[in-house]
Design a protein around this ligand. Structure first.
Ligand code: SF4
Length: 460
């Protein structure tokens, strides 16, 4: 929603670099909205900016290192323009706080994941020459409208596909994960406020909403649970598609599987993090499900819709993971046949339980396991994509292809990216596409000549 790039004559220019997850992307949109009310305008260039914010991620060591190397690059800009202000937000800021100010004198302010709506007050202080570290946590009520309404009431144009945060924080304390420390305990927004934001997004151009939360399916507020919230959102006029990420397998149940089948807007795609195929490793990860119960949840979906599309997260090389336990993960993904896997080498995060576990594996073992997993998955994806050739799919158009003429791009309900030749459709249109080719990570198609009703539950 960078909707305020037009008139920058009288305002200051802000550049925000976002790292990490979709929750951070959503927070960046909110920062832009907050700053728009302070007469800041978006710029795509570091060099042009009066204010640079790095919205950081600390989920993996690599993401954290990226922030510090980016700060190194910004040093020259600050030397050339001493008026430039630099702020650090997000999870690294929440964790490190004042230490960042001590480590790099070019940073003017640091703010935590609960403090982005205090940007105006912080900016007034830094323009008076103060250095600020603001990582205060607020009263942790189970239900709280942590997004101020002014940040969505005046949105002018939204994206075709928008995110909408419904919960933040997490109570699960998986042994490898830093999120409960950086985002705090779980809080749900009230349903009325979520619906008001969704209505605003739809009225300004959004056709697909993806609900966000660290453990999205444990949402509960004012007696409304996650499935009831989906039912409420499904009724929104003009909303064509609804997705959510990430649900926790332990909270995935028949009621949610039924909702996915029965609600027309809910897409037939689910991202359900598995993490490991070994029950012993899952216990040490504090995930609270076994492979058997995970398979049962997948069966709930595939019994209802055989071609259901699935993606997942896998961590390889968790402390103490044996060759046999890694092989169980490979067996698991061969059996389930995911459409997409986000796979990571385990990296210890200070402050988490697993960082102190014995049996940390060498980088070479972790790299070798990641390579095997990627090769296995590549073959499965190729077969899954190939099986879609010759089928007809409903595609939501997102825009024109950046290189190919007369070609538009979009996504199927199963979340597969598709490019479509010879189409005059515009962003936001739905169309039925005949899939003609499968590439490594995407599909190609042509407009289908078959008239078919849109928004059905048939994946064809
Ligand atoms: S469920 Fe586990 S992995 Fe996900 S955010 Fe919570 S603690 Fe982290």
């Amino acid at each position: 929603m960078k909707s305020f790039s037009q008139n920058s004559e009288n305002g200051k220019k802000v550049f925000i670099q976002t790292y990490g997850c979709q929750m951070n992307e959503y927070d960046t949109d909110k920062m832009f909205e907050v700053l728009r009310h302070e007469n800041y305008f978006h710029t795509d260039s570091h060099e042009d900016a009066d204010l640079i914010i790095l919205n950081t991620c600390s989920i993996r060591e690599k993401a954290e290192h990226k922030v510090y190397s980016e700060l190194g690059r910004l040093r020259d800009l600050k030397t050339a323009n001493p008026e430039l202000k630099i702020g650090i937000g997000g999870c690294v800021a929440q964790q490190e706080g004042e230490a960042i100010l001590r480590r790099d004198s070019n940073v003017d302010f640091v703010f935590g994941t609960d403090n982005l709506f205090e940007l105006p007050r912080m900016l007034r202080k830094i323009y008076k020459g103060e250095k600020i570290s603001n990582i205060q946590r607020y009263d942790r009520k189970r239900v709280r409208n942590f997004i101020p309404e002014y940040t969505f009431q005046k949105i002018q144009h939204s994206r075709i596909r928008s995110h909408l945060t419904i919960t933040k924080g997490c109570n699960n304390y998986c042994s490898f994960c830093i999120v409960p420390n950086t985002r705090g305990l779980e809080v749900s927004r009230e349903p009325d406020q979520i619906i008001a934001e969704a209505e605003r997004l739809v009225s300004t151009g959004t056709r697909e909403i993806c609900l966000l939360g660290q453990n999205v399916n444990s949402y509960i507020a004012n007696g409304v649970d996650f499935v009831e919230l989906l039912h409420l959102l499904d009724k929104l006029e003009g909303l064509q598609r609804l997705r959510f990420t990430s649900p926790h397998p332990k909270d995935f149940n028949e009621k949610l599987a039924d909702a996915i089948v029965s609600l027309p807007t809910l897409c037939e795609h689910l991202h359900l993090p598995l993490q490991s195929g070994s029950d012993r490793i899952l216990r040490r990860m504090r995930r609270w499900y076994t492979m058997e119960t995970y398979f049962q949840k997948i069966s709930m979906l595939r019994e209802r819709i055989p071609e259901f599309s699935l993606s997942t997260d896998i961590i390889v090389g968790f402390p103490g993971e044996t060759d046999e336990e890694f092989e169980m993960t490979i067996e698991g993904i061969r059996k389930i046949r995911f459409d997409l896997i986000y796979s990571f080498k385990y990296s210890p995060r200070p402050g988490t339980k697993a960082a102190d576990y014995p049996g940390h594996l060498s980088e070479s073992v972790k790299s070798e396991r990641l390579k095997i997993l990627l090769e296995t998955q590549e073959k499965i994806v190729s077969e899954r994509f190939q099986a879609l050739v010759g089928t007809e799919q409903e595609v939501l158009i997102e825009g024109t292809h950046h290189r190919k003429k007369n070609t538009v791009t979009g996504r199927t309900r199963g979340n597969h990216p598709v490019s479509i030749k010879n189409s005059t459709k515009k962003a936001g249109d739905l169309m039925i596409v005949l899939i003609t080719k499968a590439n490594k990570n995407s599909l190609e198609g042509v407009p289908s000549s078959v008239i078919q009703s849109l928004g059905t539950k048939s994946l064809a």
